[in-house]
Design a protein around this ligand. Structure first.
Ligand code: PRP
Length: 238
């Protein structure tokens, strides 16, 4: 069994996705990378692992979203962070990097063989400093978040009944304008919470960027993927 398969963390009883072009032996290894902070930290990490993806940096200014790296027989796809798991699950990319937040929110059928320890942040519950919520009071509570499933699980575990409002960004303003009582959002430096006079109530999970691999790719491209993983693992731990 390949390293990837041995590290499988989740296997739903769904049909295996059809191997797409990325699964063909001759195609370059296709990696889906998310825009933003994970990408900034992933490039130096890949470099330490012996994969110079400098072309990604150069071509990003030109808005190129499919970037061939012929010297490593790699092709990089630049996508939205929440879209990485879909590309990987459907075999359009052999592997990708996604935050634990995104992976657990979507719960797709992917291997997660390596935590890259990049893009570290926390998923927290927060509320206005001057309007603390009493969970036990029988009022209609509203939580705004980009992560409705993680929020639902968190509330269920605590026995809190509340309405969850799905937003796509700028979550911190929602309690200030009467849309929500609390938010569930990512915190890195804490500056956005401070600027909006919000205080952390509790941490739901620690988040960092992980490699995710599709089932078809793990079977069809295990040699390439295992080699990449071994080198990345050494770079992470080194
Ligand atoms: C993320 C997150 C917070 C902010 C936290 O937002 O959703 O808003 O970063 O960072 P900080 O603790 O260092 O201030 P992002 O920049 O992705 O924008 P968005 O909320 O519009 O998605």
């Amino acid at each position: 069994m390949s390293t990837v398969a041995a590290k499988k963390v989740k296997a739903k009883a769904t049909a295996a996705p059809k191997p797409a072009a990325a699964g063909a032996g001759a195609a370059p290894l296709t990696i889906a990378l998310p825009r933003g902070r994970i990408l900034e930290e992933a490039l130096p990490l890949f470099k330490r692992a012996g994969f110079d993806l400098g072309a990604v940096e150069k071509t990003r200014a030109g808005r190129k979203l499919i970037i061939p790296i012929p010297e490593h027989d790699i092709r990089v796809l630049i996508v939205r962070d929440a879209d990485v798991p879909a590309y990987v699950e459907h075999g359009a990319a052999d592997l990708g990097i996604a935050g634990r937040d995104v992976l657990e929110e979507q719960g797709r059928d992917l291997y997660e063989p390596l935590d890259l320890r990049i893009g570290r942040c926390r998923l927290v519950v927060a509320e206005p400093e001057d309007r603390p919520v009493d969970e036990m009071a029988r009022v209609h509570l509203r939580y705004a978040t980009k992560f409705p499933e993680l929020t639902r699980r968190h509330l269920q575990a605590r026995g809190v009944v509340a309405e969850i409002i799905k937003l796509y960004g700028s979550i911190e303003i929602s309690p200030l304008v009467g849309l929500a009582d609390r938010i569930v959002d990512l915190v890195s430096s804490g500056e956005t919470l401070r600027q909006h006079r919000l205080r952390e109530v509790e941490t739901i999970m620690q988040v960092s960027g992980r490699i995710c691999v599709g089932r078809a790719a793990a079977k069809l491209r295990s040699d390439r993927i295992d080699e990449l993983l071994a080198r990345l693992r050494a770079a992470v731990e080194g």
